[in-house]
Design a protein around this ligand. Sequence first.
Ligand code: SF4
Length: 370
Amino acid sequence: MQKPSFLTAQEIVIWDKVEAGEPLTDEEALFLYHSRNLGLLGILATIVRERLHGKIAYYNRNFHIEPTNICIYECAFCSFARKPGEPGGWEYTPDEIESIAASYVGKGVTEVHIVGGVHPKRGIEYYADIIRRIKRILPGIHVKAFTAVELKVMCARSRMSYREGLSALKEAGLDSLPGGGAEIFHPEIRQQICATKASTEEWLEIHRTAHELGIPSNATMLYGHIEKYEHRIHHMRLLRELQAQTGGFNCFIPLKYRKENNALSYVGEVSIIEDLKNYAVSRLYLHNIPHLKAYWPMIGRHTAQISLSFGVDDLDGTIDDTTKIYSMAGAEEQHPVMTTQELEELIRSAGYVPQERDSLYRPIHTATVS
Ligand code: SF4
């Protein structure tokens, strides 16, 4: 692409690095976060996005199981968790989870995403049993399950090391880890929003161990609350460094803080401009993580569509109204469900080519470009 003539000296340096595929420094990422030139951020992120994925935009056919929202922690941003006995709490039995899985037989789903509250009593054996039951009913399904925050406690409850706990879950059929629980790694912020749960070091260690065991994972970042740009860059730097060592992250998923029904409501929410800027800087800074996802139940389908022009290459999946985490926090999508036709139309009308993928980004079906 021709370099525009109106760029400043600093923008020219960054443009040249992006075109050469060189990693940006923290200072350059900070410069981009403070930039008011949203159009330029979109162009730069698109250079990287199209170098990696061309015009392809990925989606999958998935559903979620949230086994419980009973949780031992009280994260300030959380609208989902309940204490035992509190109204609005749920705890599915293994039989109920089997029934949920059974309702997807023959529906073409390729992935189940399982995350929930950190239950006070359930250990590795309980969750391994759930995975086995699901795989008996849906033998070909990819099980992407349990945040590092959940894994830390279930390993402790079963008196297992991370390696032993993850190995037992893998043996039961665990295929990959989702990226949740990362929030913001910087201690100044983590201390204020989720002081008691898995620390930054523990989150990174669990993902490192998973990668060493051949279990790939994703990574998230909860943005748009009390953190500053510097904290986001620190967060992404730790991910970039771990990725350089293990290569185990498939995808980065920025998660927008939503303000309803939680203890941080007073800080409000950031604008869509800020969301798009964050996608673009993420794509530019995390040069070694292949995929960037806009999780549409959190951001809304229309912002997700625009994000395809700000570095995003994946919109997640059909969901089928199976997650409550973001609807309880006030997201636009109160009953998130999209058919594959709707997802493909959303992608096509943004000028991209829809591609159904499996959980490891292997193509399942190539849609005809209209
Ligand atoms: S964010 Fe997760 S760990 Fe924190 S309170 Fe909510 S469910 Fe529990």
